[in-house]
Ligand binder design. Structure first.
Ligand code: NAD
Ligand code: ZN
Length: 343
């Protein structure tokens, strides 16, 4: 079958011919329809420090997808050939204390699809049936193909009660923009998003934020106070940029008792004003992946109750044109980029 692989330990990805994987007794074989490009795939493409330490070569990459069940392992219950599925990309051990307590998202032995085991930029993917999520019929393929990063947005945004709250989101990448849409949908009062990239701030405006602020040009406090009448600061902060200065600005602009969820992954240590954290009595929580599988059920329900994610999908390419898809991601002038295996 055709598969996009990290074939050599240097920048790039290559279309390769690899054997169709064989499902074990507890696995599904999934025929991929669409697979979208994650920031992680871009790190692997560029072969940065993290990627060269983490990814074995050769490796089929990709982990955001929608597909159809093509074969079912002998021990699997609850799935049939033809079921439309997406899947949780964190494959957990099942025997550590957190797994045994049902807190799979806290497994210490997590293996990543398309990172530590073969991924979804391929005609077929083998996945433990436990990780598959059967999609309701009214969820379109394009939206299902981005359920993995949507799950990061939902997990982070729903960490705290947002109803009636003033929410600051730092970073208008695809995940920040989707989190903003979730915050609006569930009843936040003001949703303010920051970035330094105007293309992305425009995307956030199309997703219905109260105010998109380019912090390279505008002062966040001035906008919040003078334009939006928020004299006391933000109630909830969702950090989705991985930028140290963005996190520091979030700490500075929170109200006393504010709550922060951190999803963005900084490239190194970050310097923030800990006195601000202490004297404001802020709560800070790190977020990794999606809750298994509560986040998945919530994602489906959010879409079924009218949340529209389509504006965040800005590019489609046939799989043969994958290079154009990666170029769009590398240029920063994109939301989600979907590669279509049927094209
Ligand atoms: P992205 O890189 O596409 O978006 C980040 C955005 O932050 C960019 O648009 C960038 O211009 C913006 N930014 C840079 N400096 C800024 C500043 N000072 N203020 C405000 N914005 C600034 O990333 P994404 O795919 O949307 O993912 C968001 C973050 O979440 C990334 O850091 C990613 O690595 C991380 N992530 C974490 C998990 C997890 O499980 N914790 C999962 C997926 C992604
Ligand atoms: Zn475990």
């Amino acid at each position: 079958m055709r598969a996009l692989s990290k074939r050599e330990a240097r920048e790039g990805l290559w279309m390769t011919d690899v054997p169709v994987p064989t499902p074990g007794p507890n696995d599904l074989l999934i025929r991929i329809r669409k697979s979208s490009i994650c920031g992680t795939d871009v790190h692997i493409y560029k072969w940065d420090d993290w990627a060269s330490k983490t990814i074995p070569v050769p490796m089929v990459v990709g982990h955001e997808y929608v597909g159809v069940v093509a074969a079912v392992g002998s021990e699997v219950r609850g799935f049939e050939i033809g079921d439309r599925v997406s899947g949780e990309g964190h494959v957990t051990c099942g025997h550590c204390r957190n797994c045994r307590a049902g807190r799979r998202h806290l497994c210490r032995n997590t293996q990543g699809v398309g990172v530590n085991r073969p991924g979804s930029f391929a005609e077929y993917l083998v996945l433990p049936a436990f990780n598959a999520f059967k999609l309701p019929d009214d969820i379109p393929d394009d939206v299902a193909a981005i359920f993995d990063p949507f799950g990061n947005a939902v997990h982070t945004a729903l960490t705290y009660d947002l109803v009636g709250e003033d929410v600051l989101i730092t970073g208008a990448g695809p995940i920040g923009v989707m989190a903003a849409a979730v915050a609006r949908h569930v009843g936040a009062r003001n949703v303010v998003i920051t970035d330094v990239n105007d293309y992305r701030l425009d995307l956030a405006r199309r997703m219905g934020v109260t105010r998109a602020v380019n912090v390279a040009r505008e002062d966040l406090w001035t906008v919040a106070r003078d334009e939006l009448g928020m004299t006391e600061g933000f109630d909830v902060g969702l950090e989705m940029s991985g930028s140290g200065p963005a996190f520091a600005q979030m700490v500075d602009t929170m109200n006393n008792g504010g709550k922060i969820a951190l999803l963005g992954i900084p490239s190194g240590r970050v310097d923030i004003d800990w006195n601000g954290v202490i004297f404001k009595m802020l709560t800070i929580k790190g977020i990794y992946g999606r809750e298994m599988f509560e986040t998945w059920y919530k994602m489906a329900a959010l879409i079924q109750s009218g949340l529209d994610l389509r504006p965040v999908i800005t590019h489609h390419f046939g799989i043969g044109d994958f290079q154009q898809g990666f170029d769009a991601m590398l240029g920063g002038q994109s939301g989600k980029v979907i590669l279509d295996w049927a094209a």
